[in-house]
Design a protein around this ligand. Structure first.
Ligand code: 9MR
Length: 457
C-alpha cells in the first residue's frame, strides 16, 4: 500500500468497498452467505479470494465483451480486470497529443458496473509504442513519455487501483542489466521519473513495477529487479508494488522457490501481485502451488490470469488457462478454487484470542431491529467482525470505527461511508442477515467497532 506521504483518500475507501461488493454479488449469485473466519466453500474464484482479503482477476479483451459466454464467466468469477491491450501506449495515444480512451473507458465502465477493481497496464514500456514514439529519442522522448504518464494517469484518476507504471525494463539472461530500449537510452533514471509523474497525477493509485521471468529467486533478472526496488524504497522513489507476470508458458516453469521470491519482495515493504498468470497445459499442481504461495504471503494481494478461456489466450495452443474453449471449468479451475477455499488468511502475525463478545449492541428506541456483534478472527494487523441483525429482513446498521483503525473490506451488505470514513452505514442487500467486515488496526489494537443504530426497512 501507500507510503506515508499519501492520504488514504476517499476513492481508496470506495474501492475497498468495491472489493467487497464484488464478493457480495458473487456470494449472492452463489446463494451463500459466508461468515468471516469460518470454514467456507465459496463457489467462485472472486468470492473465495475476497474472503481471504485478495482479488482474483483476469485480463480482458474489450472486443470480447460482446461475447455473452465470455462476459458471463467474467462477471461470475472475477473481481478484478486488467486490459489486455487497451491501456497500452499505442492504444491510448495513437498520434502524439491525440488520446483515444474509448475502449479503455468501456472496460472501466464495465468493471465499475460489476464492482471489479481495475489494474492499469501499462504507462511506460519499450513495446507497443505508437510509431511516433518509436522514432523519438533523448529529451524529446523522455518528455513525451512523462506527458503520456501524466495525461493517462490523470484521465483515469480515482478509477485505477494499481498502475503498472513501468513494464519489462530488465534484460533476460544472466546480466542483471536493464533492457536496452529507446526509453533506457534517455537515461537510467527514466523508471523513477515515470513513477514520480504517476504519483503526482494519481496519488491514490498504487504504483507497481511489472515484469516476467522474475519468478525464480535465483535468476539474475529477479535479483536485479529486487535491487532496484530496494534502491527505490531507500531513496523514497514512490513505488508500492511489484507485479510478477508469471507466464509459465513458452519454456519458463513454476519455480519451487516462488514463495521465497514473493516474500522477499514483500519484505522490502511493497505489495506483490501475480499479474499475468498462465501455465502451459494448465497443470493442477502448479496452479495450486501459485495460489498457496500467494496466500502464504500477507502482501500478496491477488492473482490475475491472462485470459478467461484457452481460446482467449495469447498462447492458445498451450491451453494455459482455467476454462476451455467452450467455457467449461478445467481441472485447474477446481484446483485453484479448492486452494483458495482451503486457504486461511495470511500469517501477518500471531493469531490472538478474539476479545470477549461483550455487549456492543445498542439498538436505538424504535429502530425496529437488533444488531449483535460477533468478534471474528484476529491477526497482527487486523481483525474480522460479523454482525447479525434480528427483527427485520431489510435494515441499515450504523457502525463506528475508532481512528486510526479503518475498515478495509466488507461482505454481505452494501456499505456507504460518512465523510470522515469512520462511520459506515451497512444496508441489507439480499445476502441474508449477517454482514461482516475487516478492520485494519493501524497501530490501535484495542479499539473495537461500535454499533450506533439498527433501523428496519
Ligand atoms: O496478451 C497480449 C497480446 O494480445 C498482445 O499481442 C501482446 C503484444 O505485446 O501483449 C500481450 O500481453 C503481454 C503483456 O502486455 C505484457 N506481458 C506479456 C504479455 C504476453 O505477451
Amino acid at each position: 500500500m501507500a507510503n506515508s506521504s499519501r492520504a488514504p483518500g476517499r476513492s481508496r475507501r470506495l474501492r475497498a468497498a468495491l472489493v467487497v461488493s464484488a464478493a457480495v454479488g458473487l456470494l449472492a449469485t452463489a446463494g451463500a452467505v459466508v461468515l468471516p473466519g469460518s470454514a467456507s466453500a465459496a463457489s467462485t474464484l472472486g468470492a473465495s479470494a475476497a474472503e481471504r482479503g485478495r482479488y482474483f482477476g483476469t485480463a480482458v479483451a474489450v472486443s470480447r465483451l460482446n461475447d455473452s459466454a465470455y462476459t458471463t464467466i467474467l462477471n461470475r468469477e472475477f473481481n478484478q480486470v486488467t486490459a489486455e491491450n487497451e491501456m497500452k501506449i499505442d492504444a491510448l495515444q495513437p498520434n502524439q497529443g491525440q488520446f483515444n480512451y474509448g475502449n479503455a473507458d468501456r472496460l472501466v465502465q464495465h468493471a465499475r458496473s460489476q464492482n471489479m477493481l481495475v489494474r492499469g497496464h501499462t504507462l511506460a514500456w519499450h513495446s507497443q509504442q505508437p510509431g511516433w514514439m518509436q522514432n523519438m529519442s533523448g529529451t524529446t522522448l523522455r518528455n513525451a513519455m512523462l506527458n503520456h504518464v501524466t495525461q493517462v494517469a490523470t484521465h483515469f484518476r480515482g478509477q485505477i487501483e494499481w498502475w503498472d507504471v513501468v513494464n519489462e525494463a530488465f534484460a533476460d539472461g544472466g546480466s542483471g542489466a536493464r533492457r536496452d530500449s529507446n526509453l533506457q537510452r534517455t537515461g537510467n533514471d527514466w523508471i523513477e521519473a515515470a513513477f514520480r509523474a504517476a504519483r503526482q497525477a494519481d496519488p491514490n493509485a498504487d504504483l507497481c513495477y511489472n515484469d516476467y521471468n522474475i519468478d525464480n529467486w535465483n535468476d539474475a533478472k529477479t535479483q536485479a529487479v529486487y535491487r532496484m526496488v530496494q534502491d527505490f524504497k531507500s531513496r523514497g522513489v514512490p513505488i508500492d508494488c511489484v507485479g510478477l507476470q508469471s507466464h509459465f508458458t513458452g519454456g519458463s516453469n513454476y519455480p519451487s522457490n516462488y514463495r521465497t521470491t514473493l516474500s522477499s519482495f514483500a519484505a522490502l515493504g511493497v505489495d506483490v501481485h501475480i499479474t499475468e498468470l498462465d501455465i502451459r497445459n494448465a497443470p493442477t499442481d502448479a496452479y495450486r502451488n501459485v495460489v498457496n504461495d500467494c496466500l502464504a504471503v500477507a502482501r500478496c494481494k491477488g492473482i490475475t490470469v491472462w485470459g478467461i478461456r484457452d481460446s482467449d489466450s495469447w498462447r492458445s495452443s498451450e491451453n494455459p488457462l482455467l476454462f476451455n474453449g467452450s467455457g467449461q471449468k478445467k481441472p485447474a479451475y477446481d484446483a485453484v478454487l479448492t486452494a483458495l477455499n482451503n486457504g486461511t488468511p495470511p500469517p501477518t502475525g500471531n493469531p490472538t484470542t478474539p476479545p470477549p463478545t461483550g455487549n456492543p449492541t445498542t439498538p436505538p428506541p424504535g429502530g425496529g431491529c437488533t444488531a449483535t456483534v460477533t468478534p471474528g478472527q484476529v491477526w497482527g494487523d487486523r481483525y474480522n467482525t460479523s454482525v447479525t441483525v434480528s427483527g427485520a429482513s431489510t435494515w441499515s446498521v450504523v457502525v463506528a470505527i475508532t481512528p486510526p483503525q479503518r475498515i478495509s473490506t466488507t461482505w454481505s451488505g452494501s456499505p456507504t461511508w460518512d465523510s470522515s470514513g469512520n462511520v459506515m452505514t451497512m444496508r441489507s442487500n439480499g445476502s441474508g442477515n449477517t454482514f461482516g467486515f475487516t478492520t485494519m488496526m493501524n497501530g490501535n489494537s484495542s479499539a473495537r467497532p461500535q454499533i450506533r443504530s439498527c433501523t428496519a426497512g
